[in-house]
Design a binder for this molecule. Structure first.
Ligand code: CP
Ligand code: NVA
Length: 315
């Protein structure tokens, strides 16, 4: 359900498998390890990357993927989550689920009896983080001790999942955010405990110099997550000084530092929302489109990591 469920060895295996599956696909080798398996995709929030990643990964491995919208499933309106879970568990071999509250995910896990992959919740975005770590590993090799700075809303699903997984993999993880958007003290305590046990570290600061010094990766996300669009004005006020610019990238002091973003990103004025809120940009177009940006390699890695998740967990 979240990266908390996985230990560093398991995360390492997922990344190794994703890299191997990527090599196979590039060589046009398709062993169809999921033939005669059926996967349900239930998304209560919109998606592009996660949806196409699981869809194409399943097709490559010979699985059938059936997609359901919120209107069709109608959790808690037409039918209880428990009953839907039991039906899906009898018919499918896995569920890709994107929703809001963790409680729904927990019920799906408990009552379906089949793997349930969290394709984003209000709290976590674990399948994204696998692609993030694979991309960082592709660029820098060893993850141990590598400084990575997340810039933006420090208490959202992406920051939380990235922090949990990063310290597990021994990264020197930093969150650059406004004081009002720090992760909760309880969450930070848990992440710090993992960091102490597993060798990583975590820093939360509003000081760009402290957060960026020596950083190999600068990581962005939207300032208002899905479901929080009504908070955009206060987020602009809180985060406008944290927009990633060329000078922020230069503040890493490294020629080889790269920019990552889970996407979708506000970096230009080519969407209605960005035109309505021209100050909402979390990253300058120059950085997003520039030579340090690896965002589309990262996006492609969503598919290879989704495939690894399914291949390793579907029975
Ligand atoms: N990064 C990500 O999860 O993108 P989608 O919302 O398009 O799936
Ligand atoms: N924090 C973002 C991530 C999108 C992939 C959101 O939840 O909307």
């Amino acid at each position: 359900m979240s990266m908390r469920s996985y230990d560093p060895e398991e995360i390492g295996t997922l990344l190794d498998t994703a890299a191997q599956l990527r090599d196979e696909k590039k060589s046009r080798v398709f062993p169809r390890r999921l033939e005669h398996r059926n996967i349900a995709m239930v998304f209560l929030k919109p998606s592009c990357r996660t949806r196409v990643s699981f869809l194409v990964a399943a097709a490559d491995e010979g699985a059938n993927m059936e997609s359901f919208s919120a209107e069709e499933i109608r959790f808690g309106i037409k039918e209880s989550v428990r009953d839907v879970a039991r039906v899906l568990g009898r018919v499918f071999e896995g569920i890709v689920f994107r929703g809001y509250d963790e409680a729904v995910l927990r019920t799906l896990v408990e009552y379906s009896g089949i793997p349930v992959w969290n394709a984003l919740s209000d709290h976590y975005h674990p399948t994204q983080v696998l692609a993030d770590l694979l991309t960082v590993r592709d660029v820098f090799g060893d993850l141990k001790g590598l400084p990575v700075t997340y810039v933006g809303d420090g208490r959202n699903n992406q920051a939380r999942s990235l922090a949990i997984a990063s310290v597990k993999m021994g990264l020197d993880f930093r969150i650059l955010t406004a004081d009002s958007l720090r992760p909760s003290p309880e969450e930070l305590d848990e992440i710090r405990a993992d960091a102490k046990a597993l060798g990583g570290s975590v820093l939360v600061t509003a000081d760009p110099a402290e957060a960026l010094d020596g950083s190999a990766v600068v990581y962005g996300d939207v300032w208002a997550s899905m479901g929080e669009e009504n908070l955009i004005d206060e987020r602009i006020t809180a985060l406008r000084e944290f927009k990633v610019t060329g000078s922020m990238m230069a503040a890493t002091g490294r020629d080889d530092s790269v920019y990552l973003h889970c996407l979708p990103a506000f970096h230009d004025l080519e969407t209605d929302f960005a035109r309505q809120y021209p100050d909402v940009r979390e990253v300058d177009d120059d950085v997003f489109e520039g030579p340090r940006s690896r965002v589309f390699d990262q996006s492609e890695n969503r598919m290879h990591t989704a495939k690894a998740v399914m291949v390793l967990t579907v029975r």
